[in-house]
Ligand binder design. Sequence first.
Ligand code: UDX
Ligand code: UDX
Length: 469
Amino acid sequence: MRIAVVGSGYVGLVTGACFADLGHEVVLVDNDEKKLEALRTGKVPIHERFLPELLERHGGGRIKFSGDLQAATRASEAIFIAVGTPPTESGDADMSYVESVAREISGAVESYKVVVEKSTVPVYTNQWIQTIIMRNGTEPEMFDIASNPEFLREGTAVTDFLYPDRIVVGVETERAAEVMRQIYGPLTSGWYYGRADAIPRPDRAQAPPRLIITSAKSAELIKHASNAFLAMKISFINAVASICETVGANVQQVCDGLGTDSRIGPRFLNPGIGYGGSCFPKDLTAFRAVAKESGYDFRLLEEVIRINEEQRHRFLRKVRSVLWTLRGKKLGVLGLAFKGGTDDTRESPALLLVQELLHEGCRVCAYDPAAMERAKEELGSGIEFATDAYEAAKGADAVLILTEWEEFATLDLERLRGAVKYPIVLDGRNLYDPAVMTEHGFSYYSVGRPPALREETHAARASAHNGRP
Ligand code: UDX
Ligand code: UDX
């Protein structure tokens, strides 16, 4: 098929590259000429595993980059809209980019097209896109709208696209459904997985995936409901972790007991400093807003958001309870991205915490394997940046682990011990076994588990629990 993907961001770029790997002809459209130039010269603007390989394999071949949306529309059978839907001041999704793209598409529909919502959009968007395209002069029989929400996690977006748990397509006509079946045919038929050069299958993959055909509204709701449920699961375990701290239980043990219930499952039960990113925070406020507009007061989502905010404040209080005064203290911070495996710092809990620590007068030296460039744009000259974890820890009053990068879970603890001024680690992502940390001479504080103090005495343990020195 000939496909146009509008918006070469985290979602659009991965979508276009994967469609090309399925055998489709793809035009990736963007209105940021600088971004297009970088892409044409083979630069990859985001940190995604396997994306460089796919762009290398198909760039200039099955993948073209263009700033001309109307030409791309004329040349394609399906146009995927993957432009940003950022939150507005009031918290609902800013749909102005989607609307401007829909209007521009309308002026170039000369044969039947399927216009596909790939961006995360509130329910009813499908109808609005249809209205905008018709209002701008396109005959109804010349196009259909489809909703095809993405479930891509940053850092694993390529494998999430090629080995999805399910593909959701919301359509109102059989004609549009047929086009979408053809587009995803290489996956649903299993053909792609038989290819020698297919992107490697991740452990948990169940291939070939199911194609779930729904109404457009149901597909739009599936996306919001999925993200809201996942965020709720994280806030739930974070609330349980806080209860564990007050009663002296161990949230890791509670998670093992919870996750082995097949109805609950072990994934997305990792307590920490909370969720961030360009999706969960935005999608929850958007879902809350669209539910309210539709007459349902979805207050549960407010509580999910509140717990998530509170998680970060609790961690800051924990840092203060361990260090007493913060002003002038030197902190080695490991992690600035909103999660491990990505360079994205949008709504990063790590970055928000660093800003709060700077506000308290701390001196921060931070290291992140991929996100330091983007963090510099947000933080400016407020902090020092290190070239590795040990440099960040050098002379530190304490080391803070804020992002779950694999490399932060496998540090050379002897070397880390030799770098710090005081052997204190506050782990916001529970990457270590407390016993291993005390064996290496650290006092180790984490989320939902008792403090592990190097001079292990019951008195010290009891008092540290109540935040007393
Ligand atoms: C975006 C939404 O934020 C997300 O909710 C949705 O699920 C998918 O699209 P993302 O890819 O992260 O996710 O957005 P972003 O990285 O901001 O990329 C959007 C791209 O669209 C940018 O490259 C921007 O230049 C481009 N764009 C934006 C256009 O080409 N035209 C526009 O009118 C607006
Ligand atoms: C999420 C959804 O998983 C994905 O399906 C959707 O398409 C986009 O939003 P993403 O935001 O990229 O993906 O990352 P994800 O792995 O979901 O992590 C989101 C946040 O939750 C991160 O800040 C992460 O650190 C945090 N998280 C995740 C936890 O705190 N605990 C967990 O158990 C899992």
